[in-house]
Design a protein around this ligand. Structure first.
Ligand code: PRP
Length: 188
């Protein structure tokens, strides 16, 4: 039976272990927010969340940045065989505002191969933002195929399949308040 508010209880999840606890996430997101606040003092950066995984992180991050911020979202899809990013990325839901002259910070849940962020940097870069930076919660450095500059990184994590705090497996587990590794899994 589903737990409170439809969330599966820990017993209902596949075998998993906590990689980053709720408290650790809150502390690190707070640090990232304060760092962004310092770096963008006197400005009002636009945080662009990449759907869907970054929605949870973005929601917490905007409350951790002292000072005004704007938010918007962009939907991206990478398609190809298997679960690995094929590198062919397309926009499925575009921004709702112009970013011309804005200080833009891309907010991602995870950077893996780097292909999604590489595409997005190029795409947003053509729209004349004043500046363009990247804030990711998780950085799987060991999996990088395309070098991308990461301005703010929450945690560098090993090559394991993580779920929770916005990250999913087939649409499930995004609502877990912590980050977990599914046992006997490798990143795909
Ligand atoms: C994930 C993640 C990044 C991307 C990172 O999105 O949110 O956007 O993959 O991988 P890359 O660095 O290899 O390009 P996913 O396709 O799982 O979509 P979702 O956020 O909607 O779950």
């Amino acid at each position: 039976m589903a737990g409170e508010q439809g969330r599966p209880s820990p017993q209902e999840l596949p075998p998993h272990r906590v990689l980053i606890s709720q408290a650790e996430l809150a502390a690190r997101v707070g640090e990232l927010g304060r760092a962004i606040g310092r770096d963008y003092q006197g400005r009002s950066p636009l945080l662009v969340g990449v759907l869907k995984g970054a929605a949870v992180f973005l929601a917490d991050l905007i409350r951790a940045v002292p000072g005004p911020v704007g938010i918007d979202f962009i939907g991206l899809s990478s398609y190809g065989a298997g679960t690995r990013s094929s590198g062919a990325v397309r926009v499925t839901a575009d921004l709702s505002v112009s970013i011309e002259g804005r200080d833009v910070i891309i907010v991602e849940d995870i950077v893996d191969s780097g292909r999604t962020v590489d595409f997005l940097r190029r795409n947003l870069g053509t729209r004349q933002p004043r500046s363009l930076a990247l804030c990711c919660l998780l950085d799987k450095v060991s999996r990088r195929e395309v070098p991308v500059p990461v301005d703010y990184a929450g945690f560098v994590i090993p090559d394991e399949f993580v779920v929770g705090y916005g990250l999913d497996l087939a649409g499930f587990f995004r609502g877990l308040p912590y980050l977990a590794v599914l046992e006997a899994s490798r990143s795909a």
